[in-house]
Each structure stands twice: as C-alpha cells, then as structure tokens.
Ligand binder design. Structure first.
Ligand code: SF4
Ligand code: SF4
Length: 375
C-alpha cells in the first residue's frame, strides 16, 4: 500500500483550528490569501476537525480552498470526534456530513480525534475501528490514523491492537520534552518502533513558544541562530529535526504568521544538536516558573475512587500557568472529565494517590489549583 507521506508536499501543514476572522465569512479574504500562499509555496497539507472554531473550520475550507483549487492539488485531513456520534450508524452520518461541510467526495486522511485510554474504549464501543474500513473501501477516506493524547504505554497498546493505523498525530515541542504528562519523545519513539509516521500538533504549544517569558527568551537569544529563525520558526524546526515527524502542523491565523512559517520550513534541515541541547535548557526556566514535575507514570490513578485523570490535569495546569496556552480549558472540559472521570473538584481528598506518587507531589493541593483554573 502506498504511504500517505508520498502524497504530502513539504513538511509544514496548515492547521485550521484558529482561522482569521474567527473562521467566519469576515475572515475569508485573508484565509483565501493564506490558502493561495501556502499552495504557491509548494505545501499541500490541510488539517481540520468538526469542533474547530465552533464548527466553522470545515465550511471555511470549503469556501476558501475546495471551491477554488483542484481536488488533487491538496491533501485534506478531517477527524471523527467523540461526542459527535454514539454508534456505528450515527458515525456514518457524521462522517458523510463532514464530507459535505468540506465540499469534497473524499478525505485524504481520517483521524480518530483526541484518542486517550478512555476515548479509545469509547471509539471501540462506538464502532470506529469497524466502520472506518467501509469508508476506506468505498474511497471516501484514503488513509486512517489517530490523533493522540496519552502516555506511550497506551499508544503502544493501541498500535499493537490496530496495525492498520497509518499515522499518529502527537503533541511534540521542546517544552513538552520536559512535560511528563505529554511525553513527546516517548510517543514519538513508540511510533518509530511500529513504523508509523507522525503528524505533529502543538509544535508551538498553542502559540506559547512565540512570546516567551523573558528568562526563557534570554536562553534562546544566547544560542547561535544563523538563519535568523523566529521563535515560532525555531519551534517548528525543532519538531522537524526528528525525521519521523513527517508533517508539522501550525495553526496559522494570519498571513504574516504563515509567511514566517513558510520561511522557516522551506528547507527544514535539522537544527544542530548544540541548538537542540540549548532549547532543552529552557526547561530550567519553566521549572522556576512553577511547572509541576509530574512524570505521568500513572501510579496515582488506579486507586482513585473518582477516576480523576491526575497527570493529564497537571499537564493542563502547566500549559495554563507556565505557558499561558490557549486551549487547556477546552482540553480539560472535552478530554479529561466525563465518561466516568471526575472533575478536579470531585476529589474527596482520600490521599490514596499521594501514597503512590514517586515524585511526592502534593496532588490534593495541586488538584485544588486545577479546580480553581478549570472547574
Ligand atoms: S485524593 Fe483525590 S485524586 Fe487522590 S485518590 Fe483520592 S479522590 Fe482521587
Ligand atoms: S504518581 Fe505522581 S508523578 Fe506519577 S502520574 Fe501521578 S502525580 Fe504524576
């Protein structure tokens, strides 16, 4: 079977989750300029999902990309998102409605969205792994993969059980190398071992690595930067320095961001190791800013009577407090609570988790902080 990577041009992907003008018609002029600039620069990968921009992303792509460019000139990925279907039949209906919203007869790539251990079970119960082969067989989807938010051992299990998965979208950036709840490198290595190419999401950590805290910026400024890459460009090139990261998605929301991204990724040569080592020192700064040093070992979660997703919540707290990220609240509400998993505020303070934590973290206290931020 031909690999989807042969159909992708360049290694920069246009992530359509933060579109100009809020994704509405008011932003279509800028969006059209961005689409044309992106294709004109030799890239062709577009990524969308039903929930992006309150459901406006797919129609914005239809108006600005699909109606204006030949179908074979772009590679389009859409996703099956938990909560939009409940069984095989509603899944079929949602998938067809996504094709119609985008105005296409097929998706080049279809991803099961935001897979973690809980969603994996949900998707399995709803029939995702049984129904998607129908779409692949009738040509309405050409390739299938997952976007993933959990630990390497969960990914190992999923790829072992589903060798048909052709791509895994992982969160990968130099800040999350130090974020135990994300474990960028661990997930990357699982994919590499299984021979599954990666798509990178959050290379700039939702924009958090563009405007860095001053102390972190000072570390970056001390590194040699002969290409004069911007902070965003450095973050993209960091992700692209790992060869199994075939496409690095960037959620570009105006033309100037796109031009900077294109400049950085026109020739995505790996960053020198010295530079990569220097970026890792930024971790020390993040720690000083109060990053919670959870390693996502999950030892704490088994005995929790409220099934609270402790490490993932601590990761979201880091994203919010250290990086000022744009999406941890959405991630918290949509991926970390529900389906039997309690909110941070549901903690009954039994202390079982703290007895298991090898890092001796004050989990109860930290969950109070999580609750203050997100509940
Ligand atoms: S203290 Fe809270 S988070 Fe920890 S095990 Fe008990 S209920 Fe769960
Ligand atoms: S046991 Fe501690 S370090 Fe491990 S996941 Fe839980 S909070 Fe994080």
């Amino acid at each position: 079977m031909a690999s989807w990577t042969d159909e992708v041009q360049g290694r920069l992907g246009f992530g359509c989750m933060r579109l100009p003008g809020g994704g509405g018609e008011g932003g279509y002029g800028e969006m059209r300029r961005m689409v044309d600039t992106f294709l004109g620069a030799g890239f062709n990968y577009f990524d969308t999902a039903r929930p992006y921009h309150g459901g406006k992303s797919e129609t914005a792509l239809r108006e600005c990309l699909v109606k204006r460019h030949p179908r074979e000139s772009f590679f389009l990925t859409d996703k099956l998102t938990h909560g939009t279907f409940r069984d095989p039949q509603s899944l079929r209906e949602v998938f067809q409605s996504e094709l119609e919203a985008c105005g296409v007869g097929y998706f080049d790539m279809l991803l099961a969205h935001a897979v973690n251990a809980a969603h994996y079970d949900l998707y399995t119960r709803c029939g995702v792994f049984d129904v998607v082969p129908e779409f692949l067989a009738d040509g309405r989807a050409r390739h299938f993969g997952i976007s993933f938010h959990d630990s390497p051992d969960v990914l190992e299990r999923i790829l072992g059980e589903h060798p048909e998965i052709e791509a895994v979208q992982i969160q990968f950036n130099y800040a999350d190398f130090a974020n135990g709840a994300v474990q960028s490198l661990g997930c990357y290595e699982v994919c590499e071992r299984h021979g599954v190419p990666c798509l990178v999401m959050e290379p700039v950590k939702g924009g958090s690595l563009v405007n860095l805290p001053a102390a972190a910026q000072a570390v970056i400024d001390a590194l040699p930067n002969p290409e004069g890459l911007s902070n965003a460009g450095l973050a993209l090139r960091f992700a692209a320095s790992y060869p199994n990261n075939k496409v690095v998605l960037s959620g570009m929301s105006d033309l100037s961001q796109m031009e900077d991204n294109i400049r950085s990724m026109a020739d995505p040569a790996p960053l020198p190791q010295e530079f990569i080592d220097g970026l890792m020192k930024v971790h020390d700064v993040f720690r000083e800013l109060g990053m919670v040093e959870c390693t996502a070992c999950h030892y704490c979660t088994d005995g929790c009577p409220r099934q609270i997703m402790i490490p993932e919540m601590l990761g979201a707290l880091n994203t919010k407090r250290v990086f000022g990220g744009w999406n941890p609240g959405w991630y918290y509400s949509n991926s970390l609570v529900g389906n039997g998993h309690g909110r941070a505020g549901d903690c009954i303070k039994c202390g079982k988790c703290e007895r298991e934590c090898p890092q001796k973290l004050p989990i109860r206290e930290l969950l109070e902080a999580v609750s203050e931020e997100f509940d």
